[in-house]
Design a binder for this molecule. Structure first.
Ligand code: HEM
Length: 507
């Protein structure tokens, strides 16, 4: 009654009373919301059978990103789905994603990579940033963050990365000559190797030969191990431990892949650290401009250096992060020649008569950054991320989410939401230069946000900017003359559904 009385009298009254009115409004809605906290039973969602049908019929697993759009249309911004005993809450609106991430606590948990942890326990290896949790994760994260998230520290890698980009350009020149029309087929494969070479040069300052005409056997085996390990991850996590004894093949193969990956990283780390130690013993100056050197100097125990470097090497390529971004960028630029020309003009204007961009140059290239942002919006490499809040129940969108519930953050749905982005399916990099577009800051989060966000973001962006700008200086990139339209598909990450073939014309 008091609220009502105040409300009526304040309608035509002074600013002070209007302020009281707003306060009453918010109080009222909070009270109402308090009453309206709903349980998961009340949350809409497909039946267990319906969900399995969606997943496995009509190539559902490859279309998981599109199922986000269908889910939001059918059930609204939040829905639940059960797969066996696992219940997942899907959240597909930026405001609600923000609510989840603001409640993620001190030590956010993404999801449980149980078989990765089992392997480390079995072999007595340490945990790296991808597998560590709690205090252990926090201490590794703050040590790595000091280096990997500091703009100045990352900028210092531009010359290292530029050497790798030089090899990439040479490789593209070679490949285009092999085809009379200058078409390079399956460009993502080339960029995958570039991504791996780039991250390993940042980690060890040594080259592993991914861009050479013939890839060294041990590097080829490393690449195969990563791929097989990913395939086996799903199988080993789906099988209870006792089944590993009955059907040992997946677990054995999974362990063999990890053994080789650890051995590969350890070989490079030991070699580099020995070289540095020998230099020091000779009284020579040690520059050590690479991440492994920084970690060992910062006092990280060698066991943790091995596990962290192995996991960073893996996260850096995680099958396709850099390669997908570069492939989609060139795909869209080939279909939008006017944007490609403007971007090339921007790069050339900033460089003047130089041909080698630095990190500082990139800072003066707004269109380049806008193109990459737009590519990440249209094709978010991680179309759905996850959080598990283990220590308490939280409320999101008026629903009570019990602790330990798996929450799926539907980034593909929010970044293609017409309420956030006009013409959401079109490639319009200019929207990022135009401050008028009223997007929510959580509508497109290609690198995540907050404490557990991507620690390699700055390195990845630098690598992508340097590669894109130099490719455009050297080549005009045109559509595949066959004009094939390529769509994205989900394979945990969002990847091109078919090969991206592009025509490269040298300037
Ligand atoms: C285009 C390139 C990349 C994209 C789009 C990307 C995206 C992401 C995303 C979305 C996450 C999860 C964030 C979260 O849960 O909130 C993540 C985590 C992570 N990324 Fe990246 N990433 C990229 C490249 C890299 C590179 C090059 C490295 C290594 C140098 C890297 C290392 C990591 C690590 C270690 C984590 C886990 C961080 C933690 O758990 O604390 N990423 N990345």
């Amino acid at each position: 009654m008091l609220q009502q009385a105040l409300r009526v009298s304040s309608r035509s009254a002074s600013p002070l009373l209007r302020c009281a009115d707003r306060w009453l409004d918010s109080l009222g809605s909070r009270q109402k919301e308090g009453k309206r906290v709903r349980t998961l039973e009340e949350m809409p969602g497909p039946s267990a059978l319906g969900f399995i049908w969606d997943l496995f019929a009509k190539r559902g697993l490859a279309r998981l990103h599109e199922l986000q759009l269908e889910g939001r249309k059918r059930y609204g911004p939040m829905w639940k789905a059960s797969f066996g005993p696992i219940l997942t809450v899907h959240v597909a609106e930026p405001e609600l994603i923000e609510q989840v991430l603001r409640q993620e606590g001190q030590h956010p948990i993404r999801s449980d990579l149980s078989s990765w942890k089992d392997y480390r326990q079995l072999r007595g290896h340490g945990y790296g940033l991808l597998t560590a949790e709690g205090e252990e994760w926090q201490s590794v994260r703050s040590l790595l963050g000091k280096h990997m998230l500091r703009p100045k520290a990352v900028e210092a890698y531009d010359s290292t990365l530029n050497k790798v980009v030089t090899d990439l350009v040479a490789k593209l020149q070679l490949r285009k000559q092999q085809h009379s029309s200058g078409v390079i087929t399956d460009i993502a494969e080339e960029f995958y190797r570039f991504g791996l070479e780039g991250i390993s040069s940042v980690l060890f300052d040594s080259r592993i030969g991914c861009l050479e005409p013939v890839i060294p056997v041990e590097t080829e085996r490393f690449i195969k191990s990563i791929n097989t390990m990913f395939v086996m991850t799903l199988l080993t996590m789906a099988m209870p431990a006792w089944l590993h004894r009955l059907f040992p093949k997946p677990w054995d193969s999974f362990c063999r892949c990890w053994d080789y990956m650890f051995q590969f990283a350890k070989g490079h780390i030991d070699q580099r650290l020995t070289e540095e130690a020998e230099k020091m013993a000779r009284g020579e100056e040690v520059q050590g401009r690479y991440l492994t050197y920084f970690l060992s100097r910062a006092g990280m125990p060698i066991k943790s250096v091995y596990s962290n470097v192995t996991e960073l090497l893996l996260a850096g390529v995680d099958t396709v992060r850099i390669s997908s971004t570069l492939s989609w960028s060139l795909y869209e630029l080939s279909r939008h020649p006017e944007i490609q020309s403007s971007l090339r003009a921007e790069v050339l204007r900033v460089l003047g008569d130089r041909r080698l961009p630095t990190a500082a140059d990139v800072a003066a290239m707004p269109l380049l950054k806008a193109v990459v942002k737009e590519i990440h919006r249209l094709y978010p490499v991680i179309p759905a991320n996850a959080r598990v809040i283990a220590d308490r129940n939280i409320t999101v969108g008026g629903y009570l989410i019990p602790r330990n519930t798996l929450i799926t953050l539907c980034h593909y749905a929010t970044s293609r939401d017409p309420a956030q982005f006009s013409e959401p399916d079109a490639f319009v990099p200019q929207r990022w230069l135009n401050r008028k577009e009223g997007k929510h800051p959580y509508a497109s989060l290609p690198f995540g946000v907050g404490k557990r966000s991507c620690i390699g973001r700055r390195i990845a962006e630098l690598e992508i900017y340097l590669a894109l700008s130099r490719i455009l200086i050297h080549f005009d990139v045109k559509q595949d003359p066959k004009g094939v339209v390529v769509k994205p598909m989900t394979r945990t990450l969002l990847v091109p559904e078919s090969e991206i073939n592009l025509q490269f014309i040298e300037h």
